[in-house]
Write a protein that binds this ligand. Structure first.
Ligand code: HAM
Length: 414
């Protein structure tokens, strides 16, 4: 038997309702905030991510699904949306047509990571990006959208962590200080952090190594290096969050694993997830448009992992109820009545009802049993007696009540 690729999962009919539910709420809440959906290709030229996400990130260094296509071009399955979306926005010039561009998305992404609970090689994200405002109110709109979505799907016991990485100047100053500090502790750092330290020192702050964490505890923190502009931006974000009563924890060591961030970064965590406790995150990325060849454009966004959202919903028993597959099951005496079953089904469907009937020429008893097993609320019976009177028997499966309805007036009696 051929198995699915490691780290990928089929979404089978028994869980598909969870997925349509998530997507439907994502659409509804995004639209309430004025966001329009965008869909981009699942693969891009590799440079979209190497330049966009950053050469020194884990994503680009070791997690991308990259290959040469038949024309010899390096192609990558998208590991995240922000870089692809910015590429699409620059290419279509939509950001030049209107002042603010608000976009949301839901779709599959690919990262070659070691699979474990809540970590897959093909996973799905819901996300949103707000383009063209440098102001703290757009950071807050994005955070507000993400927390409103959480509330709408019933997740409320999460932690919102927030930090500021400041503007480029503040970050450069901090980076130098951090390297200095890490160098003085180099011998005690893990091998991985020793390498990271020179290339991407901020990422050392994310290390899970025990000994590294001890050293990081005393490392300088970015918030002490924010200049006036950066501090004002951060304080305005926090004050608006306070006003909206959105609870947060400032975590001065939150840096996130993508290079494009400046100013606000944030993450959503839920204790039910264990090691992979972060189910969403985002932040401001003012230089990404430039890096991808567009004109300088401030922007901010977030993304959440759909698999992790579903794990949380499962752990708090808030997954949606599985929908039965039809409203009506049409039971016929035998195959001579199939033509009527087609007719009745068509009438029901024409008024928006979902109707099915047997295709295996089974007995009436077997058909009734199946309707019950599938939890279908109503059965319509067509047999000799019914046909003689030009009627159908409508049976309400929850209380067993039966009524006769005229064959040519079905839709009026439903
Ligand atoms: P990210 O933190 O890399 O950010 O991913 C966002 C979310 O995607 C994570 O919190 C997690 O729930 C989910 N995720 C990531 N990798 C996996 C995986 N291998 N398996 C399952 N779920 C995963 C971004 O992707 C940024 N583009 C967010 C953003 C948007 N920043 C600004 N705008």
């Amino acid at each position: 038997m051929i198995q699915a690729v490691r780290g990928t999962k089929d979404i089978l009919p028994d869980t598909i309702d969870n997925w349509t539910y998530l997507e439907q709420i994502a659409r509804q809440i995004s639209e309430q905030f004025g966001y329009k959906e965008i869909r981009t290709p699942i693969f891009e030229k590799t440079e979209v991510f190497s330049r966009g996400v950053g050469e020194q990130t884990d994503i680009v260094n070791k997690e991308m699904y990259s290959f040469l296509d038949r024309g010899g071009e390096s192609i990558t399955l998208r590991p995240e949306m922000t870089a692809s979306l910015v590429r699409a926005v620059i290419q279509s010039s939509i950001y030049q047509q209107q002042s603010i561009t608000r976009l949301w998305y839901f779709g599959p992404f690919f990262r070659y990571e070691r699979p474990q609970k809540g970590r897959l090689r093909q996973f799905h994200q819901y996300g949103a990006e707000c383009i063209s405002s440098p102001y703290p109110e757009s950071d807050v709109e994005i955070i507000h959208l993400s927390t409103t979505f959480c509330k709408a799907i019933g997740i409320d016991d999460y932690t919102l962590l927030i930090n500021s990485l400041g503007n480029d100047a503040a970050r450069a100053k901090y980076r130098a200080e951090l390297i200095e500090y890490l160098r003085t502790n180099k011998d005690r750092l893990s091998k991985e952090s020793q390498v990271r330290m020179e290339l991407n020192p901020l990422r050392v702050l994310d290390s899970k190594d025990e000994q590294d964490r001890e050293i990081i505890k005393n490392a300088p923190v970015i918030l002490d290096y924010l200049d006036e502009e950066s501090r004002e931006h951060f304080e305005a974000v926090l004050s608006l969050l306070d006003h909206l009563k959105i609870k947060y924890e400032i975590n001065p060591r939150l840096v996130r694993g993508l290079d494009y961030y400046s100013h606000t970064v944030f993450e959503l965590q839920h204790s039910s997830l264990g090691a992979q406790d972060s189910f969403g995150g985002g932040g401001r990325y003012n230089s990404l448009f430039n890096q991808l060849g567009g004109k300088e454009t401030p922007a901010v966004g977030f993304a959440m992992g759909a698999e992790r959202l579903l794990l949380i919903l499962e752990s708090i028993a808030k997954l949606p109820q599985v929908k039965e597959i039809a409203d009506y099951y049409i039971v016929t005496a035998d195959e001579n009545y199939t033509k009527y079953a087609f007719e009745v089904a068509e009438k029901l469907r024409s008024i928006g009802k979902r109707a099915i009937f047997d295709l295996q020429r089974r007995s009436m008893k077997a058909q009734m049993r199946e309707a019950g097993k599938l939890n279908i609320p109503f059965v319509l019976i067509i047999a000799d007696e019914e046909l003689k009177n030009s009627t159908l028997t409508l049976k309400n499966m929850s209380n067993g009540e039966q009524t006769q309805i005229p064959f040519d007036k079905i839709t009026e009696h439903i």
